[in-house]
Design a protein around this ligand. Structure first.
Ligand code: F6R
Length: 608
């Protein structure tokens, strides 16, 4: 979603700001802009609709310089994605960039209109800049004007603010949307995440909820939500500029798909000891033997990893599990049982609905565990317990490696719960653990079929609709396959539980509709095969993903097959994620879509 960069520098900051914006491109955006204080002390800005290259072209036409500046990529919420709605928003006295939504913008807007302000955009953001401006007009100093304005804004936001004539002052604020402060050599930075600042500094401090910060070239002064001066820890960040390159890959998504064997291995290694080959969870402050129930809450692809975990936890650990999408859970006023455990899954750790759902459970006395990929994220910092995934920065908007790392984490966690509850024999646990430890090697084997999947993509790229079906823990993989295809290739796709097909969706099937059947040879295999027969009997084009034993069941009516390694069924859903990712990727490339930044999508969804 929107991205913020700010620099109080000792050199021309425009190239640094634009470079920072490029690092935030992965979050998804539809316009971009930059503002600086020019030599005279006046605020100047350049903005452009669309991609950052358009902003660069604007800067070529009309160059901008300055030793202090702010920049922004906007993902439209209020007002169309055009130049006049692009940030920074500014008056003569103040310029500001904003992530999030200001909820009371109407009420504040009316008050400001009555005071003679003339609005130039359709955004909620403009009220924030005009409110600060109003306090400056009334004679408050910049710091006091911001402090007073923050007290009146409702909603979720991160802000970076620049003032006319103040060549050594940049103010940031955080409420509901993350903001990081970077410490450089005689320079200071603001960024909506550490990635934006990666080439500039590895010394980062994060604002806590409600904090605001005053930056000058020689450091930062932090204030908490009650405006009291506070210290915030400055930590070295492990993110380097090199980690976020595309290497020799054409797209980040492809690079991230190929990283899966390595990052799944890293994730397993953080939990499983090579000596006793068993899961050692960090202290979660929870007795896994005594929990009554598990609730899993997440969004999108992370929700699907939670759905797979439901099958694992119920079957192997014999514990009841409920899984819900965060945007529904948070408003359902669900009762929170103090003896249950609530798990929140998120790549970014900042998804607004998942974060709000987690806070709801905490406020209602429940215990929270997060499975999260960004260790400095809000969820990681606020939860009772954290299981970190080690996927590394995920830049492609479509989640791939974060998903499979969530799955290996949840698989190991399920085995730990099973052991704590004595639900599995030693021998059975050891067999499943051995299978999990072999997943990275099998994942590398699956990647060897990339060319076959590319050839298959050519056969389905012209389809209008594609269906995915699976059973048991492979049903969520059908959902994930459909989501991947629709989000990056814009082909309509749906995932169904294979047994559900005949209750309605089978009406969609004709000779034009590819149906991707995800069917490892497990205890549900024969049932899935029956459903596949039902599809073929109606002329559907079946693409059958299975292992060698499963493929023995295909007949000449099968449109295409994809062969996967023969593995213990427990780990099959993890491996079957890879062909569905690759298929969606190749279809999107053939269709010429923007694979890494698909239209309308944002990487980190920080608004509800
Ligand atoms: C799909 C995708 C999204 C995210 C969802 C949750 O490819 O990436 O559906 O999974 O927005 O994001 P996180 O995991 O950051 O909470």
């Amino acid at each position: 979603m929107c991205g913020i960069v700010g620099v109080v520098g000792t050199r021309d900051v425009v190239p640094l700001l634009v470079d920072g914006l490029k690092r935030l491109e992965y979050r998804g955006y539809d316009s971009a802009g930059v503002a600086t204080l020019v030599k005279s002390g006046a605020l100047e800005r350049r903005r452009a609709e669309g991609k950052i290259v358009n902003l660069q072209a604007r800067l070529q036409e009309e160059p901008l310089q300055g030793l202090i500046g702010i920049a922004h990529t906007r993902w439209a919420t209020h007002g169309a994605p055009n130049e006049s709605n692009a940030h920074p928003h500014a008056t003569e006295r103040v310029a500001l960039v904003h992530n999030g939504i200001i909820e009371n913008y109407r009420e504040l807007g009316e008050e400001l209109l009555a005071k003679g302000h003339k609005f130039q955009s359709q955004t909620d953001t403009e009220v924030a800049v005009r409110l600060i401006d109003q306090y400056l007009i009334e004679g408050l100093k910049p710091e006091d004007a911001v402090k007073t304005a923050l007290g009146r804004l409702r909603g979720a936001f991160a802000l970076a603010i620049l003032f006319h004539g103040e060549t050594d002052l940049l103010i940031g604020a955080r409420r509901g949307a993350p903001l990081a402060v970077g410490f450089g050599n005689g320079e200071m930075y603001l960024g909506s995440d550490a990635l934006a600042l990666a080439p500039l500094t590895d010394k980062i401090a994060y604002l806590d909820e409600g904090d605001w910060v005053v930056l000058s070239r020689d450091g930062a002064r932090f204030f908490d939500a009650d405006d009291k001066p506070v210290q915030r820890a400055v930590r070295p960040t492990a993110i380097s500029g090199a980690m976020i390159g595309k290497g020799n890959y054409r797209h980040y998504m492809l690079k991230e798909i190929y990283e899966q064997p390595a990052v799944m291995g890293d994730t397993i290694n953080t939990m499983v000891s090579p000596t006793d080959r068993w899961v050692h969870l960090p202290d979660l402050g929870i007795d896994l033997a005594k929990i009554s129930r598990i609730t899993i809450v997440a969004c999108g692809t992370s929700y699907y990893s939670g759905l797979v975990a439901k099958y694992w936890l119920e079957r192997y650990a014999r514990i009841g599990v409920e899984v819900d999408v965060a945007s529904e859970f948070r408003y359902r006023e669900a009762p929170v049982d103090p003896n249950s455990l609530s798990i929140f899954i998120s790549q970014s750790g900042e998804t607004a609905d998942t974060l709000a759902a987690m806070r709801y459970v905490k406020q209602n006395g429940g215990r929270t565990l997060v499975i999260v990929n960004v260790p400095e994220s809000s969820m990681a910092r606020e939860a009772d317990g954290v299981l970190p995934t080690k996927a590394g920065p995920e830049i492609g908007v479509a989640s791939t490696k974060a998903f499979t790392c969530q799955l290996v984490t949840l698989a190991a966690f399920s085995l730990a719960v099973a052991r704590a509850r004595k639900a599995l024999s030693e021998a059975e646990s050891a067999k499943l653990m051995a299978a999990l430890m072999e997943v990275p090697a099998h994942a590398a084997e699956v990647l060897n079929h990339d060319e076959d999947l590319q050839a298959l993509a050519e056969k389905i790229m012209d389809a209008r609709d594609v269906l995915y079906i699976g059973r048991g823990p492979c049903y969520p993989l059908a959902l994930e396959g459909a989501l991947k295809l629709k989000e990056i290739s814009y082909i309509h796709a749906e995932g169904y539980a294979a047994g559900e097909l005949k209750h309605g969706p089978i009406a969609l099937i004709d000779e034009q509709v590819p149906v991707i059947v995800i069917a490892p040879s497990d205890s549900l295999f024969e049932k899935t095969i029956s459903n596949m027969q039902e599809v073929m009997a109606r002329g559907g084009k079946v693409i059958f993903m299975s292992d060698k034993a499963g493929l023995a069941h295909v007949d000449e009516r099968t449109f295409a097959t994809v062969v996967l390694p023969q593995v213990e069924p427990f780990v099959a859903p993890i491996l079957y994620a890879i062909p569905v990712q690759l298929l969606a990727y190749h279809v999107a490339v053939l269709k010429g879509t923007d694979v890494d930044q698909p239209r309308n999508l944002a990487k980190s969804v920080t608004v509800e």
